[in-house]
Design a protein around this ligand. Structure first.
Ligand code: DGL
Length: 301
């Protein structure tokens, strides 16, 4: 009990973006862990390459259990614990939960269980839109994220006067995972989803699922320039960079290649992310239950 209070006291003194932190034990050159159910976190990884070029990353995609957005709270919390426990074994110095659904499900549950800081997707972007003066905010996200009201509650904690319109778009994650990024069918699905938000005259749209920025060109085409489209990755990575700086934990060694792991079908994942990364990564298979790793795919750009 005493320990919990001590940690809560620590928590109040640290950045509001952190889901938790304990005393760091890992070397400064240790990797940063990033995870998502699939290709969504790749956008966050690309932003990390931009803002933190000196760091090394480990990316995990839980492709065996995708999509997370339609799973129960209990299932998602269990998945997140499994992934973070695995990341702890990888000796990461920070974890970025590059999945809004996982962030929404675990935000109050995972605190203080790991010995590295954990950053979620929601709070940094909520702060960004409020500071930017948005008043009528649309949030498009998975079913779980919308039902959790995580964005609504976080935004209203900062400014209760802002109007928030939430919309679940469960059809988009499978379309993006299968690479249907540019086709007319996907455009039409996005257009139909956006109709109720357009009717609400939103001034800002938060892409509240890390998969959706892969369709940002379609969102722009449909919404035009009068609606600000926010990809939370930018604010999340900036929060991570500030936190590493503040903790004196920025890498002191040259960056190493990113390690990619998936829980199913590494060859397919390597093919899918090529279009986003611009190179074909080496992807290893990792089964969270069995804790075994096999390299299934090896090719480079
Ligand atoms: N990319 C994840 C998110 O940000 C969810 C995708 C899924 O449903 O698995 O919410």
């Amino acid at each position: 009990m005493k320990n919990i209070f001590y940690q809560l006291k620590r928590y109040k003194c640290i950045s509001p973006y952190l889901l938790q932190t304990n005393q760091p034990r890992q070397p400064q050159s240790a990797p940063i862990g990033i995870f998502d159910s699939g290709v969504g976190g790749i956008g966050v990884l690309k932003e990390l390459y931009q803002q933190l070029p000196g760091e090394t990353f480990v990316y995990f995609a839980d492709t065996a259990r995708l999509p997370y957005g339609t799973k129960s709270q209990a299932e998602i919390v269990q998945f997140v614990h499994q992934v973070l426990t695995w990341m702890e074994k990888q000796v990461v110095k920070m974890a970025i939960v590059a999945c809004n659904t996982a962030t929404a499900a675990m935000i109050d549950r995972v605190a203080f269980e790991y010995n590295f800081p954990i950053i979620g997707m929601i709070e940094p972007s909520a702060n960004t839109v409020i500071n930017g003066g948005s008043k009528r905010i649309g949030v498009i996200a998975t079913l779980h994220t919308v039902n959790s009201n995580a964005y609504l509650n976080t935004i209203h904690k900062i400014d209760p006067s802002v109007l928030v319109f939430q919309l679940a778009a469960p059809a988009l994650v499978p379309l993006i995972e299968y690479g249907n990024i540019d086709d007319i069918y996907t455009f039409e699905v996005v257009r139909q989803y956006l109709e109720p938000l357009i009717r609400q005259d939103i001034d800002t749209l938060i892409l509240g699922c890390t998969h959706y920025p892969h369709l940002i060109h379609l969102f722009r085409k449909i919404l035009g320039t009068s609606v600000q489209i926010v990809d939370p990755a930018i604010a999340v990575v900036s929060a991570a960079a500030q936190e590493l700086q503040r903790l004196g934990r920025l890498s002191d060694r040259p960056a190493r290649c990113t390690s990619f792991y998936v829980s199913r079908n590494p060859e397919e994942f390597a093919k899918r992310v090529r279009r986003f990364l611009g190179f074909t990564p080496i992807v290893q298979h990792f089964c969270l239950q069995e804790e075994s790793i096999t390299v299934h795919h090896e090719s480079v750009a």
